[in-house]
Structures are given as structure tokens and as C-alpha cells.
Design a protein around this ligand. Structure first.
Ligand SMILES: [Zn+2]
Length: 313
């Protein structure tokens, strides 16, 4: 995250002709004024806005796209496309949404298309894996880039070499973790809890509220919701412990497959204890406990070659 922050400062400095040091000072002052409630990156954006800088005419690298940014322009190679999904809008009409992943030489990002004209480029086969697209006037929603009807999407014949399809996860110790860190930790599973089940909207994947058998999405109204599970797992790497959240997609990689079978799941959870693995994800603040929590995005077995190398040392 730090290099990302440095890049933003550099960019602000270049456009505004203000020294990097001066910009950093302004950012720190802004954060102090807001009692540290805002991230460095967030404060950088506020400072940029105050200096009258907009990124409207700038083409940003994917790594430079930050939550909350609007009217951003970027370029990326399509590395994954999912077929459009149909959902019911609040008015009861059929809406469509499609996702893709784009990558450049700095990073990669999920792109969400809401406009039918953009979606038709996927349906007609104009946007496929390997093609480079240019995006203008899109907005960042959390860590995703969203394109509405005011956004532009174009296929270009520019080429991008050395795209980064793996996300950038730095390895850190649990005791060093800070809010919104994107990291890899190597740790032992020391405890796991019973699964919690919840329902999500099939279009936007946001939590759907349940009343009897009726599920509602804030954005998409009445939906046929997907049932999902999560399990809290406690990790320990010798420096500290942290509570994590493992969602459905990662549970099988950890070794939890029989979520609905109480007895089998107890056995699977027992087998987990003491297992050492690599966990990739993001640190966020748990609002209920007001403690850091690690959201697992990917799990890996520890590579035997790596272990052998360590034993040799
Ligand atoms: Zn929805």
C-alpha cells in the first residue's frame, strides 16, 4: 500500500507543481485534523481536490485507482470475462450486469459493467480475454471499478506487456498488520468457529435481507438469493493472533467442505487445528468488536520447496 501512496503523492506533485514534502505535510495535517479517521490515501485525495487537481484527464495505472475515486480513466488487458447476468430492478424491469478483470503492468482490478451498450460488447464477442480496453469516466466502489451510462468503454489496439494477474500481497507478521493492508500471512490455525449462513443478491453479491422466504437487495429489490457461508478462524504466527473471516470460496481450500453436515464438519474443524498455511487478504476493522479482522481472499498450502529451503538454512 505504501508504494501506492507514494505514487499518488508523486502524481499530485507533478500535476500541481507542489513539492512532495509539502504535499505530505498537507496530508498529515489533514489526517490530524480528522483525528486519523481517514486513511493516508483518503487524505491524499482530499488534498488533491483542495489543490484543484482532478484526475479527469489523467490515465491512471490500475495500482493508482483508489476507493472513492470518481471520473477515472484507465487502460487494461482483459484477463477474465464473466457472462452477463440478468436481475430485476426496483421497478421490476430486467437489468443486466457483467464483470470482467483487467490487468496492467502494476496490478489488476474487477470491472463492473451496468450499461447495456457496454455489456453488448461482451455479448457480441468484441470484448474477450486478451483484448486491451480503454475506460473513461468510471467510479471506484470499494475496490471495484464501476461503469455506468456516463462511462466510456472502448476496445483499443494498444498492447500491454507483462500484465500482473496476481494481486500484490506483501508478506507481513500479524503484529505488524494495519487497517486496509493487503497482505500475505503465514500462520497456524488455532481455532475455528461454526459456520454462519447468509444470503446474497445474485447480481451485486451484496447481503440480501430476509423476511420469511422473501429476500430483498437494497439495490435490486426482490431477488432469488444465493445461500452463502462464512467461518471465523483464528490464526497465530507467533507474533500475535488475529480473527479472520473465510468465505465460502475459500473454505474448501482450508479443508472445510461439509458445511451442512454437523458431525463431519466437527471432524474437519478438528483436523484444521495446528495446520500452517499461507493466507492472503485484507485487514479491516470489525465494527462489533472494534478490533482488526483479516478477510481471507485466497489460501495456499505452504510450498514444500520453500520448506526444504528453510530447513537447509
Ligand atoms: Zn443486488
Amino acid at each position: 500500500m505504501i508504494d501506492n501512496y507514494d505514487r499518488i503523492i508523486e502524481k499530485i506533485s507533478k500535476i500541481s507543481n507542489v513539492d512532495k514534502e509539502e504535499i505530505e505535510r498537507k496530508i498529515e495535517a489533514k489526517r490530524a485534523k480528522l483525528s486519523g479517521l481517514i486513511s493516508k490515501e483518503g487524505a491524499a485525495q482530499v488534498v488533491a481536490a483542495e489543490l484543484g487537481i482532478s484526475f479527469d484527464n489523467e490515465k491512471l495505472k490500475i495500482e493508482e485507482l483508489l476507493p472513492g475515486m470518481r471520473k477515472v480513466n484507465t487502460l487494461g488487458k482483459v484477463v477474465n470475462v464473466t457472462q452477463p447476468r440478468v436481475f430485476k430492478t426496483k421497478k421490476g424491469d430486467d437489468g443486466k450486469v457483467a464483470n470482467l478483470f483487467i490487468a496492467d503492468d502494476t496490478s489488476n482490478i474487477k470491472v463492473v459493467l451496468w450499461d447495456l451498450n457496454h455489456i453488448s460488447l461482451i455479448e457480441s464477442g468484441k470484448i474477450v480475454e486478451g483484448i486491451v480496453i480503454e475506460i473513461s469516466n468510471a467510479s471506484m466502489r470499494d475496490n471495484e471499478l464501476h461503469l455506468g451510462s456516463f462511462s466510456e468503454l472502448k476496445v483499443t489496439n494498444q498492447s500491454i506487456e507483462g500484465v500482473k494477474t496476481e494481486r500484490n500481497f506483501k508478506e507481513k507478521k500479524i503484529s505488524e498488520l494495519k487497517n486496509s493492508d493487503n497482505v500475505k500471512i503465514r500462520a497456524f490455525i488455532v481455532q475455528s468457529f461454526e459456520p454462519k449462513f447468509f444470503y446474497v443478491c445474485p447480481s451485486c453479491r451484496k447481503k440480501a435481507t430476509q423476511e420469511g422466504n422473501i429476500f430483498t437487495c437494497v439495490e435490486h429489490g426482490k431477488v432469488i438469493a444465493d445461500k452463502k457461508a462464512l467461518i471465523n478462524i483464528i490464526l497465530d504466527d507467533g507474533t500475535e493472533t488475529i480473527r479472520t473471516v473465510a468465505f465460502q470460496d475459500n473454505l474448501a481450500d482450508v479443508g472445510l467442505t461439509d458445511l451442512e453436515n454437523v458431525e463431519e464438519l466437527i471432524l474437519q474443524r478438528e483436523k484444521l487445528l495446528g495446520k500452517e498455511m499461507l493466507f492472503y487478504g485484507t485487514v479491516r476493522n470489525n465494527k462489533v468488536f472494534n478490533t482488526p479482522e483479516f478477510i481471507i481472499e485466497k489460501v495456499d498450502e505452504i510450498n514444500p520447496d520453500l520448506l526444504i529451503k528453510e530447513l537447509e538454512n
